[in-house]
Design a protein around this ligand. Structure first.
Ligand SMILES: *[C@@H]1O[C@H](CO)[C@@H](O)[C@H](O)[C@H]1NC(C)=O
Ligand SMILES: *[C@@H]1O[C@H](CO)[C@@H](O)[C@H](O)[C@H]1NC(C)=O
Ligand SMILES: *[C@@H]1O[C@H](CO)[C@@H](O)[C@H](O)[C@H]1NC(C)=O
Ligand SMILES: *[C@@H]1O[C@H](CO)[C@@H](O)[C@H](O)[C@H]1NC(C)=O
Ligand SMILES: *[C@@H]1O[C@H](CO)[C@@H](O)[C@H](O)[C@H]1NC(C)=O
Ligand SMILES: *[C@@H]1O[C@H](CO)[C@@H](O)[C@H](O)[C@H]1NC(C)=O
Ligand SMILES: *[C@@H]1O[C@H](CO)[C@@H](O)[C@H](O)[C@H]1NC(C)=O
Ligand SMILES: *[C@@H]1O[C@H](CO)[C@@H](O)[C@H](O)[C@H]1NC(C)=O
Ligand SMILES: *[C@@H]1O[C@H](CO)[C@@H](O)[C@H](O)[C@H]1NC(C)=O
Ligand SMILES: *[C@@H]1O[C@H](CO)[C@@H](O)[C@H](O)[C@H]1NC(C)=O
Ligand SMILES: *[C@@H]1O[C@H](CO)[C@@H](O)[C@H](O)[C@H]1NC(C)=O
Ligand SMILES: *[C@@H]1O[C@H](CO)[C@@H](O)[C@H](O)[C@H]1NC(C)=O
Length: 535
């Protein structure tokens, strides 16, 4: 604590003030610095050689005899003694010994010498006070960033000491120069004011000094908000809870508890806790409380709630041999976020599908898709499983894939022919409607040709059916998501029925006029435009 433990030898002190000395009377006036509790020797002039009879006086209001080399005269106090026949030795000095001393020497002539004894004391009990700070268990002081800190330095010393303050930080950003004041204040503590504050008190008379160095830390609470989250470390089903509160100094402490109930999960500086599945259940909440030495007293907190995943997927899909099909599986509600796996359940245990040229797996946010290329009836038909799993639980949905034979080219040609014929009938119908005279003229021939038409239309019934299926196949590839087999079939029948109805109507209504035929044909046209939609 103090570096001023040196005890100056009386002789050193004796000559310390020599420069200040000046000649008085018959000799050189000497200045001697004495310290309380120490000894001092005052010389009777700077003279070498044999000495005469010496008598020492103290000059206050009037001279007082202290000591004489005439041994029949006793010293005024036992503290005084004569050394080397002429010098006055004073033991156990006190502040009251300060004064001017005169020595009288009687040899061949009488000479007078004067010595000024100056007394110094201290500094003792150097006290450094740094206020508005906290104290750590190891005794180190800390102040909150932005706060005001007052410094003062006091000591017992005579004459009053010179006080100096200085500051040293790890980065050597000085507070300022040496401050020769007892007290000062720092109004806004900042990080770069963290360091060692030293106060030095020096007795300018004796040169004795004491120094106290105090380490002051500047602490700041995190400026950011407390964040907490849960995640599932890859390759495990553990739950990792993480709490972060960045930017503070020193690092805050984190406490994870179960809510409600407050059962402690863990307490750390890191804020990370790992739990296994036995400690987890759907809907359970965990709370993190961050506390900082200069932060809010009750700390700040956040809560996470863990949930197992929910799944949404189509129950069945259809694929044509050689075609492609895509399954979609959507996860929701999972916290921490779930891993999605696709499995085939043809074997037991079920096998996780690995991505390949046959199986393409893609994940976009919460939705995972499995695309099967080049469907094969033997290999691919069957159940598929979409599985979502997180630390809290597992959910699965089964999807049935049926693989169908594709349709032949003949069907497409037949369909085109039948559509052309249908168009012809409609055009004819329109012509007849708009020119009734012509109608009567062709009436009979039309009726005769009609018989042939009926044959064609009835033939086309099957082709129509095939065309529909071909349509469905094309749509399957384009919009696999919308595949709904049953409605499609219903649509197919509806269409076919309407075609036969048109044929029958033609046969029956031809004689009744063309109004009915026109109605039917417009109906037919609108039906064709909407044929992709389920009825
Ligand atoms: C002062 O002088 C006395 C007697 O000569 C000696 O015993 C004592 O140790 C001295 N004290 C100091 C502080 O030097
Ligand atoms: C005495 O005084 C002389 C002349 O000032 C000086 O040279 C010498 O060093 C002094 N001796 C002592 C013992 O102080
Ligand atoms: C000190 O005392 C001596 C002897 O009495 C006297 O001669 C001298 O003038 C005094 N000096 C002072 C400064 O008082
Ligand atoms: C010493 O002091 C005594 C008593 O005061 C005196 O009688 C004697 O003459 C003195 N001696 C000298 C050498 O001055
Ligand atoms: C006394 O004289 C001797 C020899 O001159 C010297 O070594 C010693 O330091 C002197 N003592 C004091 C107290 O001045
Ligand atoms: C001793 O004498 C000096 C001048 O020679 C004076 O300045 C000082 O005040 C005196 N000390 C005391 C205690 O009288
Ligand atoms: C006291 O503890 C603080 C915080 O742990 C540390 O920064 C400082 O260096 C310690 N001081 C001492 C003197 O051990
Ligand atoms: C402050 O003083 C302590 C103890 O002397 C030392 O360990 C620490 O490094 C110093 N700090 C600075 C910033 O100088
Ligand atoms: C303060 O002053 C002392 C003496 O004047 C000097 O030795 C020291 O280097 C100074 N300290 C700083 C930090 O300037
Ligand atoms: C899960 O953690 C609890 C508490 O830490 C422990 O008692 C239990 O053995 C752990 N179970 C497994 C399977 O690691
Ligand atoms: C199936 O997908 C592959 C790759 O995207 C593509 O090359 C192929 O033409 C698709 N097959 C059908 C029938 O659309
Ligand atoms: C595949 O999943 C379905 C639906 O859960 C189930 O009925 C069937 O038994 C499973 N097949 C195998 C081989 O596990």
């Amino acid at each position: 604590m103090a570096a001023g433990g040196w005890a100056p030898e009386p002789r050193v002190l004796l000559y310390l003030g020599a420069l200040l000395a000046h000649w008085v009377a018959a000799g050189l006036e000497d200045v001697v610095i004495g310290e309380v509790h120490e000894n001092a020797t005052l010389h009777c002039g700077n003279v070498s050689g044999p000495r005469g009879m010496v008598t020492w006086y103290r000059n206050d209001s009037e001279p007082v005899l202290l000591l004489s080399s005439n041994s029949s005269l006793p010293p005024a106090e036992p503290r005084f003694s004569l050394v080397n026949g002429s010098s006055l030795h004073i033991e156990a000095l006190s502040l009251q010994d300060e004064g001017n001393y005169t020595c009288q020497e009687i040899l061949t002539v009488t000479r007078w010498f004067r010595v000024w004894l100056r007394m110094a004391s201290g500094p003792y009990q150097l006290e450094v006070n740094i206020s508005s700070t906290g104290i750590l268990p190891n005794g180190t002081l800390y102040a909150a960033k932005g706060s005001q800190v007052d410094f003062s330095c006091n000591s017992t010393s005579w004459p009053p000491p010179m006080v100096e303050w200085w500051f040293q930080s790890s980065t050597y950003e000085p507070l300022g120069n040496n401050l020769t004041v007892n007290c000062f204040a720092l109004l806004q503590m900042s990080q770069n004011l963290q360091g060692n504050y030293s106060c030095l008190a020096m007795n300018m008379l004796s040169g004795r000094h004491r120094k106290v160095t105090t380490e002051l830390l500047v602490y700041s609470p995190p400026p950011s908000a407390l964040q907490c989250w849960a995640e599932m470390p890859s390759g495990s089903f553990l739950l990792q809870l993480t709490c972060r509160w960045d930017g503070g100094y020193p690092d805050p402490d984190f406490l994870w508890t179960e809510e409600p109930g407050g059962v402690i999960v863990g307490k750390s500086k890191l804020g990370v806790e790992v739990l296994n599945q036995s400690q987890l259940s759907d809907g359970k909440k965990f709370k993190c409380v961050g506390s900082h030495i200069v932060g809010p007293k009750s700390g700040v907190s956040c809560v996470v709630q863990i949930r197992r995943p929910s799944l949404l997927s189509e129950p069945m899909k259809t694929c044509f041999v050689g075609g492609n099909v895509t399954f979609t599986c959507q996860v929701s509600g999972a916290y921490p976020s779930a891993r999605i796996l696709w499995l085939r359940n043809l074997t037991q245990p079920e096998v996780v599908i690995q991505p390949s040229s046959h199986y393409v797996i893609a994940q976009n946010g919460l939705t995972s898709t499995l695309t099967i290329h080049n469907c094969s009836q033997d290999l691919d038909e069957g159940y598929y499983v979409c599985r979502a799993e997180n630390s809290v639980g597992v959910r699965e949905v089964d999807i049935w894939l049926s693989v169908k034979e594709p349709l032949n080219i003949g069907g497409i040609v037949g369909t085109i022919v039948s559509l052309l014929l249908l168009g012809l009938v409609i055009v004819l119908g329109l012509m007849l409607y708009y020119s009734p005279v012509f109608c009567w003229k062709v009436g009979n021939t039309f009726r005769r040709q009609d018989m042939g038409d009926v044959m064609v239309l009835v033939d086309s019934e099957e082709e129509e059916e095939e065309e529909e299926e071909e349509h469905a196949a094309v749509e399957e590839e384009e919009e696999a998501n919308e595949t709904e087999e049953l409605p499609k079939e219903r649509h197919k029948h509806g269409h076919v029925h309407r075609v036969t109805a048109l044929v029958n109507g033609d046969l029956e209504r031809m004689g009744n006029g063309l109004q009915d035929l026109q109605d039917d044909s417009t109906e037919q046209q609108s039906d064709i435009t909407e044929e992709d939609r389920p009825v």
